[in-house]
Design a protein around this ligand. Structure first.
Ligand code: SAH
Length: 234
């Protein structure tokens, strides 16, 4: 994927010019302490997080926290975005599914590293906002779809990697079925308020699970997720 706003393969970060650039450089330094994969670091540098944050919160765009994006949803913490992307182990030729488009930020990072990204979102207003942002940044290899009756994008699989950016009570069977052999599923699993980030790798019919640590995501709603009683909808 070629982004419009950042060039420089291997050019290194531009020298800080103002407080925005200094804040971004600080965010990237923090990520570098936890994430080794060079390509993931390049992607985090290439995608401007402030383009995905509501205008009133742009001054906080490079702090390492989740931020509200409307409809009770959040853009994920940048370090978690980088860790999930690293766990997806992308080489450039993959087809990737993201569940939970939100602002489109994680989708843009994935699209920088993979051949094609399909991302699904249940809230129409967020989907439309993410589509507009991705288009504006020149991200042409990510498609934002509305969430259908089956979790994920069953008609578009199988996927080499699936990244779920909302928390599920269990590893959803529907997503395992959309995972290619040797595919990676990165998903927060646990209770509504606290979860464990899991990397699930498929080998034939066998699944290997590895924990990447504790985390806190908004709930995945509907089939394979939590009940919708206090979630928004499209
Ligand atoms: N990846 C996003 C963060 C998204 S927050 C970003 O980078 O900004 C999680 C998103 O998952 C929310 O927007 C929520 O509406 C969406 N979501 C929840 N349940 C879903 C489901 N079953 N299918 C698709 N999207 C879902």
């Amino acid at each position: 994927m070629r982004l419009r706003l950042r060039g420089g393969n291997g050019a290194g970060p531009a020298p800080p010019r103002d407080s925005r650039d200094r804040a971004e450089a600080r965010m990237l330094r923090l990520i570098r302490r936890h994430v080794r994969d060079r390509r993931v670091l390049d992607a985090m540098r290439a995608v401007p997080r402030d383009a995905f944050v509501p205008p009133g919160l742009r001054h906080q765009a490079f702090e390492d926290g989740a931020l509200p994006i409307g409809r009770g949803q959040t853009i994920s913490q940048p370090l978690i975005v980088a860790m999930m992307t690293e766990a997806a182990a992308l080489d450039g030729d993959e087809r990737v599914l993201e569940v939970g488009t939100g602002s489109g930020y994680q989708a843009a990072v994935l699209a920088y590293l993979a051949r094609e990204v399909v991302t699904v979102e249940r809230v129409g207003a967020l989907r439309r906002g993410a589509r507009a942002t991705l288009r504006r940044l020149g991200v042409h290899n990510a498609r934002c779809l509305s969430a259908g009756p089956v979790l994920g994008a069953p008609g578009d699989g199988p996927f080499d990697a699936i990244v779920v950016t909302a928390a599920a009570p269990e590893v959803p069977e529907a997503l395992v079925r959309q995972l290619a052999d040797r595919g990676r599923l990165v998903i927060p699993v646990g209770r509504r308020t606290q979860q464990e980030l899991l990397l699930v790798t498929r080998r034939g019919e066998r699944l290997r699970r590895r924990s990447l640590g504790g985390c806190r995501f908004v709930p995945l709603l509907g089939p394979g997720g939590f009940s919708e009683e206090d979630g928004g909808s499209s």
